[in-house]
Design a protein around this ligand. Structure first.
Ligand code: 5U1
Length: 667
């Protein structure tokens, strides 16, 4: 008897889903590609002839959703937590001790899992069908990326019936790009002159954030899940590892290297195994996650505001790779300092390709004895700038050449000197050296200084090279016509830049001082100077003794300030800035401030911008830093605080809410 189209379509959907699962989740294909294609085309054909038979979870429906205008916000039913980190073995030991003591167990059993270096997502299945996928966002609210996640072949659109998934299942995990897929994607994008990514994590993140799902569909994305929401099936599982088994049985991909570690010793062994395995995997992992395995124990331990008490991540130490020093060149900075930069044979380390790295100064070059032609060890951890750790002495070729400090500026050919107490050699042609002028202008326009949006590096290069800008005061004489004639500038961007320049004309004293780019005078000192002198003219007239009264100003900084304001040319430039409409506002002069000596960290959202909160604290004499340590006076926590709140709780650092903060700063 002939099978009805509806029946055949359902048969085909099941068969294709099964083959998808075997191919994308289990990596065990059971049929040839041609046979798979035949089944797929048969289903497409039935659906074309009987559109009423198309179901949302049909394998034919992965791609094809229309491009979106934005990603709608999604509230997570339970916050998407992050993980506390153990930085070394001692911190892992402390965690295990804490678990043993809290649970009154001699040995705690953990689920041990590789930490996938991807993008955290939440998937929601209703009656077995994928109905929503969301990013983590701030942990409370993410973005709806359902259309994009549907294109990831290892994400089932419909869960297996066997094992009875609950009617509403939330799954959490990581979307990642395989190393091989990343290399292939970047090579293709490079050839087409399109955007490439620095590492697989950024590539996965960028691919998920495409408004057109067809673009995401073409990216080699995969998914691994590591946990489920409150309902993980009936009867409730007793162990986290059981949850992972169920997820697998329902057709979801779970990393095959997850295991069980009983007690600290096995945790350490697991970490060692993963460290060895790491380079052999086709996806990037950045550490190991340990979770107390018994779910009743997890409930006893509970969660902090941002992370569960029952879990910890141990990150791998910074990755190191060997590569060749092809050349050492010198870059000229804003203050004329010559920085040796090693040009390296490109090497992938810590998730990015490194081809240049600063060697800081000649003392450093000599201390490490880096020579051209040497093989060096390069290290990079997390988002830290890569650095040369050491030379591999026994790989030094005979022809390796010593690095010579230049006697002339590599940019302007000017004289180079090195002061007795200085580590850097400098080009002394500060007024004529184009490299220094460009850097000074870039600094002047930068975000923390005059904040002229759109006046970026390339534009400054052109403006200086074409003679439109000699010094910073010339910025305020630029017009839209001149700007529109520059490369990569249209009329609209020229007008926008003129508006941004105009907006920067009213500037606070502290920003203006910082913008001048005086050596030794950073953001914090600029603030202190503004608070002490109140007006630019008073600062310009201050003698060394008055400057030295300020706690943070040392002899060198006082001398630099005096030299800057005594210099005729600098005075002329400041005058010209004022004639060109720059108005430096006065600042209220204050004493040492009631919060002198106190250190605060801010987290979460306050009703005022964070920069304003920082300004108020600093105005009262406090220091504001970004990391909670035992030296922190208090953490100011707004809405949706970050992991800093957990750290403050752990270190017993006082936590202030917005009202306490406002009372503190007297507003
Ligand atoms: N493997 C794994 N990664 N990961 C990340 N498990 C895991 N668990 C997480 C996170 C953020 O969080 C739960 C412990 C809440």
């Amino acid at each position: 008897m002939a099978v009805s189209p509806a029946r055949r379509a359902e048969q085909l959907r099941r068969e294709i889903e099964e083959h998808n699962h075997r191919y994308y989740v289990l990596s065990e294909p059971a049929i040839a590609d041609a046979e798979y294609d035949r089944l797929f085309r048969e289903l497409q054909d039935i659906e074309r002839r009987h559109p009423q038979l198309v179901t949302p979870s049909s394998p034919t429906q992965r791609v094809g959703a229309a491009p979106q205008s934005h990603f709608a916000p999604v509230s997570h039913a339970a916050p998407m937590l992050s993980l506390d980190n153990a930085l070394d073995r001692a911190e892992l030991e402390a965690f295990d001790k804490h678990m043993r003591e809290s649970l009154e167990q001699d040995k705690v059993e953990y689920s041990a899992e590789p930490k996938i270096d991807g993008v955290a997502v939440s998937l929601l299945y209703e009656s077995r069908e994928l109905v929503r996928a969301a990013t983590r966002g701030d942990g409370f609210t993410g973005e709806d990326i359902t259309a994009n996640v549907r294109t990831i072949r290892s994400v089932p659109l419909r869960l297996h019936k066997a094992g009875k998934p609950p009617p509403l299942l939330e799954v959490r995990g990581e979307v990642y790009m395989s190393r091989e897929g990343f290399a292939r994607f970047n090579a293709g994008a490079g050839e087409r002159g399109e955007k490439t990514f620095v590492n697989p994590r950024n590539a996965a993140s960028g691919s998920l954030r495409q408004l057109d799902p067809a673009v995401t569909a073409a990216r080699p994305l995969h998914f691994f899940c590591y946990g489920a929401g409150p309902d993980a099936g009936a009867p409730p599982p007793a162990l986290h590892t059981e949850v992972l088994e169920r997820l697998k049985a329902w057709g979801l991909p779970v990393c095959g290297h997850a295991g069980v570690a009983r007690g600290l010793g096995e945790c350490v062994d697991f970490f060692r195994q993963m460290t060895e395995l790491r380079g052999k995997l086709d996806y990037e992992i950045d550490g190991v996650v340990y979770k107390v395995n018994r779910i009743a124990d997890q409930q006893t331990l509970g969660v902090r505001s941002r992370s569960p008490r029952w879990s910890i991540a141990c990150k791998f130490p910074a990755e190191e790779r060997e590569t060749l020093v092809k050349a050492v060149e010198f870059q000229v900075g804003r203050t004329g300092a010559l920085t040796p930069v090693a040009r390296l044979e490109p090497v992938a380390v810590g998730g990015v390709t490194v081809s240049n790295t600063s060697l800081h100064n000649m003392d450093e070059v000599e201390r490490k004895d880096v020579r051209i032609g040497d093989t060096v060890v390069v290290r990079r951890a997390g988002d830290v700038i890569p650095q040369v750790v050491r030379v591999v002495a026994d790989k030094r070729p005979k022809r390796a050449r010593k690095v010579k400090a230049p006697k002339q500026c590599p940019v302007c050919g000017g004289k180079v000197v090195r002061g007795e107490d200085e580590v850097a050699a400098r080009c002394i042609e500060s007024l004529s050296c184009p490299a220094q002028r460009k850097e000074a202008i870039r600094h002047f326009a930068s975000r923390l200084a005059m904040d002229i949006e759109g006046l970026g590096e390339k534009l400054v290069d052109q403006l200086v090279e074409k003679g439109h800008i000699e010094d910073v005061s010339d910025i305020y004489a630029l017009d839209a016509k001149t700007l529109a004639e520059l490369d990569r500038m249209g009329e609209k961007s020229a007008e926008n830049l003129v508006a941004a320049i105009d907006k920067s004309r009213d500037i606070s004293l502290e920003r203006f001082i910082y913008a001048l780019g005086i050596r030794e005078v950073g953001e914090a000192m600029a603030k202190a100077l503004a608070r002490r002198f109140g007006e630019l003219e008073h600062l310009m007239a201050a003698d060394e003794a008055a400057l030295l009264e300020i706690r943070d100003v040392g002899e060198v900084a006082a001398r630099r300030l005096r030299e800057c304001f005594a210099d005729d040319r600098n005075r002329r430039i400041i005058k010209q800035l004022q004639s060109n409409g720059v108005r430096v506002q006065k600042t209220e002069v204050t004493g040492p401030g009631p919060l002198q000596g106190k250190i605060y960290v801010i987290t979460g959202t306050l009703s005022i911008p964070r920069s304003e909160a920082k300004r108020r604290l600093e105005l009262a004499g406090a220091k504001v830093t970004s990391t909670v340590t035992s030296k922190t006076t208090a953490l100011i926590a707004g809405k949706n605080p970050g992991s800093k709140l957990d750290k403050a709780e752990r270190l017993d650092v006082e936590v202030l809410d917005e009202n306490a903060f406002l009372a503190l700063t007297g507003k």
